[in-house]
Design a protein around this ligand. Structure first.
Ligand code: NAP
Length: 331
C-alpha cells in the first residue's frame, strides 16, 4: 500500500494541469493516467489551433506529451495503469489499480473525462475495428481511396470528416438535422472540401457486414425513407458522455449524468475529493477550460490538505499541552 497526499485519476488536460500545480506545491501527486487512454481525447486529435500559446497550432499528442513532461519535471509520478476500484473514505481514500497497485490518498482529483457515444445499433460493436471506428486519426489511414461515412454534426464530426478526406475517395457526413452544431469556422472548412458531401436530416438505420463493414442503411429523419450507402468505413462522432462509473454510487451526479460539484469550486460531496474537466463540464468542454478546471482542483486540494495539516498540528499541540499539565498531577 502506498500512502500519498494526492492521487489524480485521469491524464487529459485537466489531470495533467492539476498535476503540474500540485507537483509545484510539493504535494508529490500520483497521476493514474490509464493504460491505453493516457493523454485523453487529444491523443486522437490532429491540429489543435485554439490552445493559447501556440500561434501556429499544435498536434494534440504533442500538447499532451508536453503537459505530461511538465508535470513530471516538478515531481508528479505518472502511472500507466487503470483504476479498478475507488473507495472514498475521508482522510484515506483507497485506490486499487488493474495491475494490483494499492494507494491511500488524503485527497483525490477525479479527471476521468468522457467516453465516446455509440449509435447503439446491431453490428456496431461487432464491426468496431473492422470498418466502424471512433478515431479518424487512429484508423483513417486504413481507408485509403475508399468511401467513408461520418456520423454527427458537431465540431468532432466535421473535424474527423475533413481529416478523412486526406485518405478517402469520398466522405459522406450524415447528420440527423438540417443545421450543423459545429462552429462556423469548422463548417466553412468542411464545406470548402470537394471530397466531402453532406447528407442532412438523415440517420444511420442499419450497419451491414459479417467480417467487415460493407455498407449502411440511411434513413431520412423527415420522410422515413431509406437508402443504401456502400461505405467501407463508418466513423461515429456523436459526442461523448462523462465517465463516472468508478464513483457513481458514491458521489451525487447531476440529472444530466455529470458529476456534481459545489458551485464554481471543484469540491464534490465527499471531503477531500475534487473533480475537474469534462466529467463536470457539459457546456464548454474545451482543452483550455479543462486545463483551467484542473488548476482549480489542484488549488482546492492544496487548500484542503493544508487545512488537514494545520488541524493535525493544532491537535498535536493541544495533546502536548494536555500531557504537560496532566503530568504533575499524575506524578
Ligand atoms: P457535440 O458538440 O455534443 O456534437 C454531437 C453531435 O452528434 C451533434 O451534432 C448531435 O446532433 C449528434 N448526435 C448526438 N447523439 C446522436 C445520435 N444518437 N445519433 C446521431 N447523431 C447524434 O460533440 P462533439 O462534436 O464531440 O464536441 C464536443 C465538444 O468538443 C464541443 O464543445 C466542441 O466544440 C468541442 N470540440 C472542439 C474542437 C475544436 O475546437 N478543434 C474539435 C472537436 C470538439 P444534434 O446537433 O442534433 O444534437
Amino acid at each position: 500500500m502506498t500512502e500519498t497526499q494526492l492521487v489524480i485519476i485521469g491524464s487529459g488536460p485537466a489531470g495533467y494541469t492539476a498535476a503540474v500545480y500540485a507537483a509545484r506545491a510539493n504535494l508529490n501527486p500520483v497521476v493514474i493516467a490509464g493504460s491505453v487512454t493516457a493523454g485523453g481525447e487529444l491523443m486522437n486529435t490532429t491540429d489543435v489551433e485554439n490552445f493559447p500559446g501556440f500561434p501556429e497550432g499544435v498536434q494534440g499528442p504533442e500538447l499532451m506529451e508536453n503537459m505530461r513532461a511538465q508535470a513530471e519535471r516538478f515531481g508528479a509520478e505518472v502511472v500507466y495503469d487503470d483504476v479498478e476500484t475507488l473507495t472514498l473514505e475521508p482522510g484515506a481514500h483507497q485506490i486499487v489499480t488493474a495491475l494490483g497497485a494499492r494507494y491511500t490518498a488524503k485527497a483525490v482529483i477525479l479527471a476521468t473525462g468522457s467516453a465516446y457515444r455509440e449509435l447503439n445499433l446491431p453490428n456496431e460493436k461487432k464491426l468496431s475495428g473492422h470498418g466502424v471506428s471512433w478515431c479518424a486519426t487512429c484508423d483513417g489511414f486504413f481507408f485509403r481511396d475508399q468511401h467513408i461515412a461520418v456520423v454527427g454534426g458537431g465540431d468532432s464530426a466535421l473535424e474527423e470528416a475533413t481529416f478523412l478526406t486526406r485518405f478517402a475517395s469520398k466522405v459522406t457526413l450524415i447528420h440527423r438535422r438540417q443545421e450543423l452544431r459545429a462552429s462556423q469556422a469548422m463548417q466553412d472548412r468542411a464545406k470548402a472540401d470537394e471530397k466531402l458531401e453532406f447528407l442532412l436530416d438523415s440517420e444511420v438505420a442499419e450497419i451491414h457486414g459479417d467480417e467487415s463493414l460493407t455498407g449502411i442503411t440511411v434513413r431520412s429523419t423527415v420522410t422515413g425513407e431509406t437508402s443504401e450507402l456502400p461505405v467501407t468505413g463508418l466513423f461515429v462522432a456523436i459526442g461523448s458522455d462523462p465517465r463516472t462509473s468508478l464513483f457513481a454510487d458514491q458521489l451525487p451526479l447531476r440529472a444530466d449524468g455529470y458529476l456534481e460539484v459545489d458551485g464554481r469550486s471543484s469540491k464534490t460531496a465527499v471531503d477531500g475529493v475534487f473533480a475537474a474537466g469534462d466529467v463536470i463540464d457539459s457546456v464548454y468542454r474545451q482543452a483550455v477550460t479543462a486545463a483551467g478546471s484542473g488548476c482549480a482542483a489542484a488549488l482546492d486540494a492544496e487548500h484542503y490538505l493544508a487545512g488537514l495539516e494545520s488541524a493535525a498540528k493544532q491537535s498535536q499541540g493541544v495533546d502536548a499541552a494536555a500531557a504537560a499539565t496532566a503530568a504533575p498531577l499524575g506524578s
